[in-house]
Write a protein that binds this ligand. Structure first.
Ligand SMILES: *Cc1c(COP(=O)(O)O)cnc(C)c1O
Length: 364
């Protein structure tokens, strides 16, 4: 019998940590994860309540065929150009696996979505971070200069909140060696999106989620739009039955009867975003202009402020050690807050607590 092997995870796994965005203190008001603070579309809630319990004994559809039909209609593409997954995280993970061999590299902006680099590492791919420009756009030429096999872009970018410029995205698509992933988790809250660019290209995967604007983070529903052959490869990497039957039912309801409710809450979020930014500025803070449902606020005392807010029962996300790509991040030493936008009453509670913490003009 051969010698038994030590159980060693694949290379790179020693650098991975189980996801833990911050303090685990339970807070009555959670402004830390950019989910929909207005709730979910009533049509989705009804679909969940009416879901036949007996169907839980059967497998769901293999690749979310009915959900694909609805998504295809929404984006004006054929269902063959849609891939569904357990959150857009699931689509992203499968896409990296499908289109990069272990040892390949994935260029991505820095800072960006905290899970993008770990998904590369999980699949044996080396992340190559490229600093954002001082106005929080991606640096197209620097991304292309890495010569990486994959490029990941996030627009609007998490955590900075700004959408990438269309000509930046076009330049990356035009020059990329391989697949370009454009993570549009927050595109619902922006003025435009990259859907038209994606439809015209043979090498773009656009990812979207029902976790943010659609209010269904707990159900884990995401999707991608890409050329049919790209979709087929991602589905091979993803495997069948990845979206549960009740998630598919609620997702379809949210995207059809629920879509007017979602559009109204997106409008509410955009109004609330403007008011929150003004309220933060009145406290001496300097939020970055946002195209998403959160505000990014460089501040040297970000961690202390977040800790004080947590004591008051309000969770926000504090970042430390971010790459100082902008003058504001340079001044804050790479520290920043990220605050989810929600209903006006919740924002008022936040601003009242913040006023007591930062004092007039004393925030930076
Ligand atoms: C929240 C978020 C996601 C994750 O979405 P799921 O569909 O819940 O997996 C993906 N990308 C970005 C940038 C996000 O902020």
């Amino acid at each position: 019998m051969s010698a038994r092997l030590p159980l060693v995870p694949r290379p790179g796994y020693e650098s991975l940590r189980a996801y833990s965005p911050g303090e685990e203190r339970p807070c009555a008001i959670d402004l830390s994860d950019n989910t929909n603070l207005w709730g979910m579309p009533p049509a989705a809630a009804a679909a969940l309540r009416d879901f036949p319990i007996d169907r839980a004994t059967r497998y769901p559809s293999r690749y979310g065929e009915a959900l694909k039909q609805v998504i295809a209609g929404r984006h004006g593409v054929s269902p063959e150009m849609v891939v569904t997954g357990p959150g857009s995280d699931g689509v992203l993970d499968a896409a990296i696996r499908a289109f990069a061999v272990p040892g390949a590299r994935m260029a991505l902006p820095e800072p960006t979505f905290v899970m993008a680099a770990p998904f590369a590492v999980m699949n044996g791919v080396t992340p190559v971070p490229v600093p954002l420009t001082p106005d929080y756009d991606a640096d197209a030429e620097a991304l292309l200069a890495t010569d990486a096999e994959l490029v990941y872009l996030c627009s609007p970018n998490n955590p900075t909140g700004r959408a990438l410029r269309a000509d930046t995205i076009e330049r990356v698509i035009a020059g990329a060696r391989g697949l370009v992933i454009i993570d549009e988790a927050y595109a619902d809250f922006a003025d435009g999106d990259a859907a038209a660019l994606a439809r015209r290209s043979d090498r773009v995967l656009l990812t979207r989620t029902l976790s943010k604007a659609f209010g269904l983070a707990g159900l884990r529903i995401g999707y991608g739009i890409a050329p049919a052959d790209v979709v087929t490869a991602i589905e091979k990497a993803r495997g069948p039955y990845a979206v549960s039957a009740h998630a598919e039912a609620a997702g379809i309801a949210a995207l059809t009867e629920g879509s007017a409710w979602v559009a109204a809450r997106v409008a509410d979020a955009r109004d609330s975003r403007t008011r929150l930014a003004a309220g933060l500025r009145a406290l001496g803070l300097a939020p970055v202009e946002s195209d998403a449902n959160f505000l990014f606020v460089p501040a040297a005392r970000a961690s202390e402020i977040a800790e004080s807010l947590a004591v008051a029962g309000i969770a926000v996300r504090a970042f430390r050690g971010l790459r100082a790509v902008s003058p504001a991040l340079e001044a804050s030493g790479g520290s920043a807050l990220r605050i989810t936008v929600g209903p006006a009453a919740v924002m008022d509670t936040l601003l009242e607590s913040l006023a007591g913490i930062v004092g007039e003009g004393a925030a930076a």
